[in-house]
Design a protein around this ligand. Structure first.
Ligand code: SF4
Length: 518
């Protein structure tokens, strides 16, 4: 007797009726219904994993004293009114957001609607973009104190030693369009127009004004007027600084007046700020950050060391920089403050094409052929003419004394073509350099292998936070305008960077390694 299976199965080579129908039929697909509404149960606590960095940030921020942020909160216990959002939440949101390249309150507000990490932080409540934006830039003193507190915690955890601190400057773009730079007259004209527009709106009755012009537009008009007023103040500042340009060549941005056109690493020029970052070499913690308008770094070493001292109560034992910081003043100042200074000591005389070649000076008229007379403090040229003292210049590590011949002597000289061919206005000048003991000592030290070995580690330590802030946090351009606000944004980025170092090195539950500075 045949089994039941044998009875139901098709005979060898035959096709069942079911197979036949499937082969001939049209495929059916599950329909996507985007019109449907449904309730979903969310366990907020389980939105993110146990080792998610958002939990670490929340835990770390919870250790901080945030009373600096609570002074202006009007909602108090025992009184009516909506409770305020806690500073722990707002600090955590910004720290988490910067770490993920999110730099605007609007973007965070949107992320609060769907991103599990933001929902976990907020308890699935959406936080208003204006609240976030105001919180970021309206509490400068509290933010600076917060940064110092974070350093205190990291120091107590043994993550900061101040034995060696690297300082480096990095250019971060301002919120200024390249074509927004104007001469003073153009800014004055624009300000006049802006003042007229604001006055015309203010002259309207409240009802008519709100009917014809939106609130946002009125606010934009007032902000434009303020920016133009600030631009005029910046012209005054440039004049006081002696920017090296004549008044007719000075230009200031009308969209971010405090940004400056600065040379970029790729050789181009762009509206920027110069962020100065001091990094402790032991674990890579950023121990100080400041933002300045100066394009070069020569004058930034001493303020940088000051900031480290303000933040941690003492100066570093050693400070390491690139050549942009090495100057006679800095060498002397670091010596006086008891801070060992390590940096490259270039031999300016040996760099590049000889300046004599470039200017067509014959060897018999090089400055070595001019004879110095110490008694009269003057030089005598190969034609017997006298070059007298004409002033002093600071050249990196040296002081250079300038001596100049009489215009009439050189312009009528028969060998002028071999001595100072291109000089049509003044007499030939030469320089006498003098190196002080501190610079000689510095130069000698930098020729030793231990000092060179320390310097070789500079780039790795000093440039890592710069790279993270720009590449991982996406802060190649500031999201806010003005020196004070960009300074705060730089602080937020460095605060985030430091918290992430704590997560990597100290958070017991070990956060996702890929999210943390290496
Ligand atoms: S050009 Fe002037 S400095 Fe040169 S050799 Fe003649 S007089 Fe002397």
């Amino acid at each position: 007797m045949a089994s039941a299976q044998e009875e139901d199965s098709p005979r060898d080579g035959a096709v069942s009726e079911k197979d036949e129908r499937q082969r001939a039929g049209k495929p059916r697909f599950q329909q996507i219904d985007r019109e449907q509404l449904f309730w979903r149960m969310i366990n907020v606590e389980r939105l993110i994993a146990e080792d998610h960095p958002a939990r670490a940030i929340w835990e770390f921020v919870g250790k901080l004293d945030l009373s600096g942020y609570t002074g202006e909160i009007r909602a108090v216990e025992g009184m009516a009114g909506r409770p305020a959002l806690s500073p722990q939440l707002l600090v955590s949101l910004w720290a988490y957001a910067y770490g993920h390249g999110v730099g605007s309150g609007r973007a965070i507000e949107q992320l609060c609607e769907w991103d599990p990490a933001y929902q976990w932080l907020t308890g699935a409540v959406v936080v208003n973009a204006h609240t976030l934006s105001d919180f970021r830039v309206k509490h400068e003193k509290a933010l600076k104190e917060l940064f110092v507190q974070v350093l205190g915690l990291l120091s107590a955890d043994g993550l900061i030693t101040l034995e060696r601190v690297m300082q480096d400057g990095t250019k971060i773009g301002g919120k200024a369009a390249q074509d927004s730079f104007r001469r003073k007259e153009r800014v004055e004209q624009a300000l006049k127009q802006a003042q007229e527009q604001v006055a015309a709106v203010e002259a309207l009755s409240e009802e008519e004004s709100s009917r014809r012009i939106s609130k946002a537009r009125r606010r934009a008009q007032r902000e434009r007027q303020q920016r133009l007023e600030q631009a005029l103040e910046e012209f005054e500042k440039l004049a006081e600084e002696g920017s090296g340009k004549g008044p007719e060549d000075r230009r200031v941005s009308t969209s971010d007046p405090q940004a400056r056109i600065m040379k970029q690493p790729d050789g181009g020029f762009a509206p920027s700020y110069n962020a100065q970052i001091n990094t402790d070499a032991s674990n890579g913690v950023v121990v100080a950050v400041g933002v300045v308008q100066a394009g070069n770094d020569f004058e930034q070493l001493q303020p940088g060391v000051d900031r480290v001292e303000q933040n941690l109560g003492r100066t570093p034992d050693q400070v390491v920089t690139d050549g942009g910081f090495v100057s006679r003043d800095n060498i002397v100042a670091m010596k006086e403050r008891g801070v060992e200074f390590i940096g490259p000591c270039g031999d300016e005389a040996g760099k590049g094409k000889s300046s004599y070649e470039g200017r067509g000076v014959s060897p018999e008229y090089h400055s070595s052929q001019f004879v110095y007379d110490a008694q009269s403090d003057s030089y005598c040229c190969p034609q017997g003419k006298i070059l007298t003292y004409d002033g002093k210049e600071q050249r990196h590590t040296q002081v250079s004394y300038r001596y100049r011949a009489q215009r009439s002597d050189c312009q009528g000289c028969p060998v002028k073509g071999q001595c100072c061919r291109g000089n049509r206005v003044t007499g030939r000048s030469i320089h006498r350099s003098e190196e002080i003991a501190e610079v000689a000592e510095f130069r000698h030290k930098m020729q030793t292998e231990p000092a060179r070995e320390i310097y070789r580690h500079r780039a790795q330590v000093a440039e890592t936070p710069n790279l993270w802030i720009k590449e991982k946090f996406g802060l190649r351009q500031f999201n806010v305008r003005g020196l004070s606000k960009v300074g705060m944004e730089a602080l937020w980025a460095c605060l985030t960077y430091n918290i992430r170092i704590w997560i990597r090195l100290r958070w017991i539950q070990v956060a996702t390694v890929a999210m943390v500075p290496a």
